[in-house]
Ligand binder design. Structure first.
Ligand SMILES: [Zn+2]
Length: 116
């Protein structure tokens, strides 16, 4: 089933596997170092690049990373990040674009909610 999904999808544009992720709301400042941000992003998929404003810390309300994801997996709204002291930080993630994928009929093009 998974293989079928992937085949169906790769018939489209490759670039549509990439989406921008905004890691928002109080990300601890020590996570802004590009390497750490990359590790956080790799929880979701393959980080492609970090937004320039994020790298230069010119916009500190949220961090923005372009990421390539396995879009057949559900998109998590939150990430668990282990901090240096071993405690877990729940970080909210916002996706600029999510593929429409229906879990009921296993097809792209509409969401499960919109399935008829
Ligand atoms: Zn459907």
């Amino acid at each position: 089933m998974t293989a079928t999904r992937k085949l169906t999808y790769s018939a489209g544009s490759q670039s549509t596997k990439q989406t921008m992720v905004d890691v928002v709301k109080g990300l601890p400042i020590q996570c802004w170092i590009e390497k750490k941000l990359g590790r956080i992003a790799s929880l979701l998929g393959k980080p492609i690049c970090t937004d320039k404003l994020t790298v230069r810390c010119e916009r500190i309300s949220y961090a923005r990373v372009l990421i390539e994801m396995d879009i057949t997996q559900p998109f998590p709204d939150e990430l668990s990040i282990e901090k240096a002291d071993g405690s877990i930080w729940e970080q909210k993630a916002d996706f600029e674009w999510k593929p429409k994928f229906c879990m009921d009929c296993d097809q792209f093009g509409h969401n499960t909610d919109a399935c008829e």
